[in-house]
Ligand binder design. Structure first.
Ligand code: HEM
Length: 350
């Protein structure tokens, strides 16, 4: 994570010499993709330095097209969508994303063919996600089919980078807009590190104030603004209204996080909402950036750690301030993005 963040920060150093603001979102997306590829697939893609990454472009287009399909009613019909130009575009970009995933899987399968390599992988202290998938067997002893493998890898690659990219970009925007909290986070990080330049695993648990800021940013800008469920049985609400079985219900995490009956002055950025005393008085489902229940986010610890690493290394190198001429415009495209990007001034401090 730190290695990937430093590649991004080096790029920013080169970019800010002309004093212009930087659009963060795309850089951060490449960084989190680079990081998940290394951590889950031991794959060094160099996607941050290889210009114009087709996978990233495909992920962007897929988010836009899915959001558009939801909004345009006739597109809910599979046949109409299939025949439409947008349906054609959707199939094309899906193919691009699938090709990328297939390549990652095929490369690992090739390396597993070499027996020595396989033994090496089995002896590894920590298997990566792809090793686990390739070695996994059903109860009948069969391994996962190529299609199942691709579905799992796609989910992990997609969920594992775009969401965290949104989280980090909005976090940096929040701290750029609130210099007092930014300074306090920087002081905390400098105090933890002392003379050291690199972060250790143990440091992450000590970033108390920074963690409160991360949570407050996830409250105001939840990377996954809503989740949907198909009801397996009818549900009756306290006011007596009911929804029948089979209904697809959407829960807005964004609106729960800004509900004035749950949060006092909901639009104010106040990290102290997440102090232990303040948390204890609140409903357990008032804050749901990673959802809850059986299908909650399995990557939440990974995401929190990545956000801490990115925050710490960025604040040690740069002072952030917003570009008042280009305030971000929130748009839910599966994940919470900004229509016009997130533009930040970066002043080098070290
Ligand atoms: C700030 C970053 C992240 C946020 C806000 C987030 C949020 C969420 C949410 C809300 C869900 C539930 C979706 C639903 O119920 O429909 C989810 C599911 C999931 N997330 Fe994350 N996520 C983040 C990062 C990650 C990372 C880094 C990974 C992988 C390393 C990951 C892997 C997954 C997977 C595999 C699921 C599906 C779990 C299941 O269906 O059982 N997420 N995430």
């Amino acid at each position: 994570m730190a290695e990937s963040t430093n590649v991004m920060l080096d790029k920013w150093e080169r970019l800010v010499t002309d004093g212009k603001p930087v659009e963060l979102f795309e850089h951060v997306s490449l960084m989190t993709l680079d990081s998940i590829m290394k951590c889950a697939f031991s794959c060094h893609s160099n996607c941050q330095t290889n210009s114009k990454n087709t996978y990233i472009q495909a992920v962007y287009s897929l988010c836009r097209l899915v959001h558009q399909r939801l909004r345009i009613f006739p597109y809910h019909n599979d046949f109409i969508y299939w025949l439409s130009p947008h349906g054609y575009q959707f199939r094309k970009v899906c193919q691009l994303a699938h090709d990328h995933t297939d390549k990652v899987i095929q490369e690992r399968k090739e390396s597993l063919k070499d027996e020595r390599e396989f033994e090496k992988i089995q002896k590894k202290r920590y298997l990566d996600f792809l090793d686990i998938l390739l070695c996994a067997k059903y109860e009948n002893g069969a391994g996962l089919s190529d299609e199942d493998l691709r579905a799992e890898v796609d989910t992990f690659m997609f969920e594992g980078h775009d969401t965290t990219a949104s989280g980090i970009s909005w976090l940096l925007y929040c701290l750029a807009s609130h210099p007092e909290h930014q300074a306090r986070c920087r002081e905390e990080i400098q105090e933890i590190l002392g003379d050291r330049e690199t972060l250790q695993w143990e440091d992450l648990g000590k970033m108390t104030y920074s963690t409160m800021c991360i949570k407050e940013s996830l409250r105001l800008y939840p990377p996954v603004p809503g989740v949907s469920r198909q009801l397996s049985k009818p549900i009756t609400f306290p006011d007596g209204r009911t929804l029948p079985e089979g209904t697809v219900a959407t829960i807005s995490i964004y609106l729960i996080h800004r509900n004035p009956s749950v949060w006092k002055d909901p639009l104010v950025f106040d990290p102290w909402r997440f102090s232990p005393e303040n948390i204890s008085g609140r409903h357990s489902h008032a804050f749901l950036p990673f959802s809850a229940g059986m299908r909650n986010c399995i990557g939440q610890q990974f995401a929190m750690n990545e956000m801490k690493v990115a925050l710490a290394l960025t604040l040690l190198r740069f002072e952030l301030s917003p570009d008042p001429t280009k305030p971000p415009t929130k748009i839910p495209q599966i994940i919470l993005r900004s229509k016009n990007g997130i533009h930040i001034y970066l002043k080098k401090i070290r």
